[in-house]
Design a protein around this ligand. Structure first.
Ligand SMILES: [Zn+2]
Ligand SMILES: [Zn+2]
Length: 395
């Protein structure tokens, strides 16, 4: 299977290297200014300015999301569209503990390097960098898909930082569920028997879910937080709320978990005399669908730049991503590049520190090169793209 010629890749790699200091500075600036889902105004401004200055055609606020963008590097005529995705949102409280500053600068670096090295692609088609807000909790990519932003995209790719380089790892489907219990307030000391305790209901639900966990598949996950546990100890809590994520390897299995979750919540309400309302988020994050052809191209490009894949870490479980929904709609890959030593968990303060380390710079540079090369392979070779589409349609 042919792809983009090596001399083109060498030029693009040199452009990434020339941009590396600026990309790292931008990565650190985003890291130092963590912005939550849908409010990534500064990152959006910096990234679009970076691409604009390198000659990409930038559209800001696309798909009805003010912090989304699309930057296009055109080819010689009509042809396939290959999208490189960039995330840049942070987590509440722990900042860039998912390393989206590295995703942002790897994706933007890939696009900027192609624009500098080639100006116009020597083939028909185009490469786009799509800035996708709100991966953590907002499903920004699903909103952009609904707005039609991926309608003309033939294949999509992104990289994510991790404690090891892996071309493929599964991700879990995920459903978000909110629960509210309504009881009755009363003086907690002088009239407790006149109250109906909504905190007991939420505690009962957590206990039931702990029991349920024993009976679910080992790769499924149920986890939650209490978002309201009451107002003051001398009042029997009349209203409590909690939020949960239900995850599993298939969307069907996620729906099965939801049914059992609802039974547990209703039972907790019955047991405590409360009323319950259960609200499931209509957007399910779907599991990633693998694409062997694209993964193989990406792996080959990693070898080309001397940034080889690591063995998988059998200790680690799986996360979820709104990129899963993209992968169920069109050929997509979501490989991981090493930005921390082995065994550092994502969403930890330790990982947030590694996301601004020299190792993160190396992962970002390698990610930018491998993304750019793989995107160019797919534009240059109609055979490669056809095989990626075959893979997609075969499963
Ligand atoms: Zn994350
Ligand atoms: Zn992430």
């Amino acid at each position: 299977m042919t792809g983009a010629p090596e001399d083109v890749k060498r030029k693009v790699a040199a452009a990434v290297d020339a941009l590396a200091d600026e990309l790292e500075a931008l990565s650190h600036r985003i890291h130092a200014t963590p912005e939550l889902a849908f409010t990534e105004e500064k990152a959006h401004a910096w990234l679009t300015e970076f691409l604009d200055r390198r000659g990409a055609r930038v559209e800001r606020g696309v798909g009805g999301l003010p912090t989304a963008f699309r930057a296009t590097i055109p080819g010689t005529g009509p042809g396939p569209t290959i999208a490189i995705l960039a995330e840049y949102d942070a987590l509440p409280g722990i900042g860039h503990a998912c390393g989206h500053n590295v995703i942002a600068t790897a994706g933007t670096g890939a696009g900027a390097a192609i624009a500098i090295a080639l100006a116009t692609l020597p083939w028909p088609g185009r490469v786009q960098v799509i800035g996708t807000p709100a991966e953590e909790g907002g499903a920004g990519k699903v909103r952009l898909m609904e707005a039609g932003l991926f309608r003309d995209v033939d294949a999509a790719m992104m990289v994510h930082g991790r404690s090891g380089t892996r071309v493929w790892r599964p991700t879990l489907g995920i459903m978000k569920v909110k629960v509210e219990f309504h009881g009755e307030a009363a003086h907690a000391s002088s009239w407790p028997w006149r109250g109906v305790n909504a905190l007991n209901a939420v505690i009962q639900l957590f206990v039931s879910l702990d029991h349920l966990r024993q009976q679910i598949r080992p790769d499924a996950r149920i986890h939650g937080i209490i978002t309201k546990g009451g107002d003051q100890p001398n009042i029997i809590p009349e209203h409590t709320s909690a939020e949960f994520y239900l995850r599993a390897m298939t969307t069907d299995h996620v729906r099965g978990l939801e049914r059992r979750f609802r039974d547990a919540a209703e039972a907790a309400a019955t047991a405590t005399g409360c009323r319950v309302t259960i609200t499931s988020d209509p957007t399910i994050h779907e599991p990633m669908k693998a694409n062997e052809t694209m993964a193989r191209l990406f792996g080959r490009n990693l070898e080309l730049i001397g940034f080889p894949e690591d063995p998988d870490d059998p200790e680690a479980g799986y996360g979820s991503t709104d990129c899963g929904n993209v992968s169920q709609a069109l050929p997509t890959i979501h490989p991981y590049v090493r930005i921390s030593p082995d065994g550092v968990p994502g969403h930890s303060r330790e990982f947030a520190e590694w996301a601004r380390s020299p190792m993160a710079r190396a992962g970002m540079v390698a990610g930018a090169k491998a993304l750019a090369f793989t995107a160019l392979d797919l534009v240059a070779s109609s055979e490669a793209l056809a095989r990626a589409k075959q893979d997609f349609n075969a499963t």
